[in-house]
Structure formats: C-alpha cells, structure tokens
Design a protein around this ligand. Structure first.
Ligand code: DAH
Length: 339
C-alpha cells in the first residue's frame, strides 16, 4: 500500500510538472483528486488493510492529497501567468506603426468653379440669389420678351410639365422674380441648373449649370457692363487674357453681345478646341430691354440695367482643359481626384 502511494506520488508529480497548459492540469486534478480519482479509490480500498495500519496509511493518503493539491495550485498559478503573458504579447498593438490616412472628400470641379464665380461677383457687390428649377412659362419666356409662338423660343427647347410649367431652360427668369420683388438698385447673380432638349455629346448635356447676372440702377451704361465682365474674366482666367465683344441677339437685351475669350488652349493661335478661330464664346450679355423693365414696373426712363449669362460647365472645361462635358457628370473618381 505504501509502495503504491509512493508510486502514485512520483507519477503524479512528474505529470503535474510536465503539464503544459491549464486544461491539462485540470484533467490531472480530476484524475487524482476527483470523486472518482485514483487517490479516492485508494482511500476506499483501505478496508482491505489490517485495522492497525489504517490510521497511518490514512494519514499518508491525506498528506499526499494536501501536497498534490498545493502543487496543482502552484502549477496552475504559474501556467495562468504564462498564458496571460502570451496573450498580451499576441494582442499587443504596435504604436509605432503609422496611422491609416482617412480619405478626404473634395468638392466637385463644377462646385469649385461655381464658388469661384460667386466669390468674384460678391467681391464686386453682387448678391447671390436662387430661383426655382421648375418654372412657369411666364418667367422663363414671356416676361423675358419671348411671347408664345415667337420664333426665338426655338433657341431653347425644354421639357414641359404642362402647358405653362416647364424645367427652366435658362437662369434668366430669376431676373424677373427678383425685380418683381424689389426696387432698384439691383445687383444679383443667380446660379443654378437649367434643362434643354439636347442629345448628350462631348459639348451637350440636357442638364447643365448657368450663372445669371443682373444689375439695374440709374445711369447704367454698356461701359459698366464691359468693366464688370472684363474684371470677371481676368479674375477667373488670369490677367492679360484678351476678350472680344461681338454683336448678338437675345430677346431680353438690347443691344446684345456675345463675349469671347482668347482660346486658353492655343492662346489665340487657333486649334481644335476653338475651331481654329482663336476665340471661345463664354458669355451672353446686353443692356436689359426697356420692355422687360417696364413689365416689372420699373421706369425705363430712369433706370437702365445690364444682364449676362454664362455656362458653368463651359468655364470649368476651359479653365481646366477638359475636352468632354460628360466627364463632369460620370463621377469617375480617377477624374474627380485631379481637382
Ligand atoms: N439666358 C441666355 C442663354 O441661356 C444667356 C444670357 C444672354 C443671359 C444674355 C443674359 C443675357 O442675362 O443678358 O442663352
């Protein structure tokens, strides 16, 4: 019996010493000290011993139980510490690694150009106003001197929602809406989307952006118009860029002009972008027709005004050398990231 005890102790000691993780240790605890464990079994078999030996052997078994228990606890403690250390090591964060740079968004090139245009005009004392994209025929055409069935309406075919409601084909109707509400002096620009029945190609889109401008005051002359637009063109395209005023026609201005800027691609020499003309058209403008002023209740004897309208896509394309308007609407990040 004593021999068996000694054997068991040596064996248990060895196994416990060699146990490699807490799971294994737990199995050994059950194996030796559990209810059905080896030591318990030994204790039960004491009935076969001569009565005089029983107290001694009983004491030995209990001693061994205590020793094994202590040893198991000690090993458990050590293994737990080791496992914790290992886990901490694995989960460690390398604080010397460079961080991941968040991808910053940026403004769409059209928004950038639009904001630049606004800043330039605000600097000259203009106020930024907006009007509806779904507009009445009256504001889009009639009040701008384009009566029903008049041939000038053909210049701008648009999308009709009903007989007298349409998607505005120009930002000019905002002129009327502003003048109806306030007395001169008026100094506004009106940016926004406009719509036309156009087939999509490199220079056409059924939706695009315009900025309208209107100034009405006493003693306003064509010289003022030239001064303001000249300053604008210089600010947006750079100093020294030549401009040219060409006589033109718009129903709501008289006289009317189209303004060309020296081709940005070839500096006026003539190239594909300017169809060898050396000039690119960027603005329509003119002195507000007295009939338009009269209609909103302004006295044309006292007040004069000038107005202008430009396409934002056109200006963005010229400024950045973009040769296809579709690029501005396709949302290809490789394109948009360049601005
Ligand atoms: N609304 C015109 C267009 O879309 C542009 C324009 C021309 C606006 C002359 C004006 C202007 O205010 O005076 O073609």
């Amino acid at each position: 019996m004593r021999e068996r005890l000694r054997q068991m102790r040596d064996e248990a000691w060895k196994r416990i010493s060699e146990a490699d993780d807490t799971g294994e240790l737990d199995k050994l605890r059950v194996r030796y000290l559990g209810k059905k464990g080896e030591l318990t079994a030994l204790l039960r078999s004491m009935g076969s011993l001569p009565p005089e030996e029983r107290p001694d052997v009983g004491k030995l078994v209990n001693e061994l139980r205590g020793q094994l228990d202590d040893f198991l606890k000690e090993r458990l403690h050590n293994l737990e510490a080791r496992e914790l250390e290992k886990r901490l090591e694995q989960e460690a964060i390398d604080i010397t690694l460079p961080g991941r740079r968040p991808a910053f968004g940026r403004k769409h090139p059209l928004t950038q150009v639009l904001e630049e245009i606004e800043t330039i005009f605000v600097g000259m004392g203009f106020e930024v106003v907006e009007g509806p994209e779904v507009e009445l025929d009256y504001y889009n055409f009639e009040a701008l001197n384009l009566p029903p069935d008049h041939p000038t309406r053909d210049m701008q075919d648009t999308f009709f929602i009903s007989d007298d409601i349409l998607l505005r084909s120009q930002t000019s109707p905002v002129q009327i809406r502003v003048m109806e509400k306030q007395e001169p002096p008026v100094r506004i620009i009106a940016p926004g989307k406009v719509y036309r029945v156009d087939v999509v190609d490199a220079t056409h889109s059924p939706m695009f952006h315009q900025v309208e401008g209107l100034l009405v005051d006493e003693h306003t002359t064509f010289g003022d118009l030239k001064g303001v637009l000249g300053a604008f063109i210089e600010a947006i395209f750079g100093e020294g860029r030549r401009t040219r005023f060409r006589p033109s026609f718009f129903p709501f201005t008289e006289p009317s002009a189209e303004i060309d800027v020296e081709c940005i691609m070839c500096n006026g020499k003539g190239c594909r972008s300017c169809s060898n003309a050396g000039w690119l058209e960027i603005l329509g403008a003119g002195m507000v027709d007295p009939r338009v002023l009269q209609r909103v209740g302004y006295d044309p004897q006292k007040y004069q005004g000038f107005a202008f309208g430009m396409g934002v896509e056109r200006i963005a394309m010229l400024k950045y050398g973009i040769d296809d308007i579709r690029l501005l609407f396709e949302n290809d990040m490789r394109f948009l990231k360049q601005f």
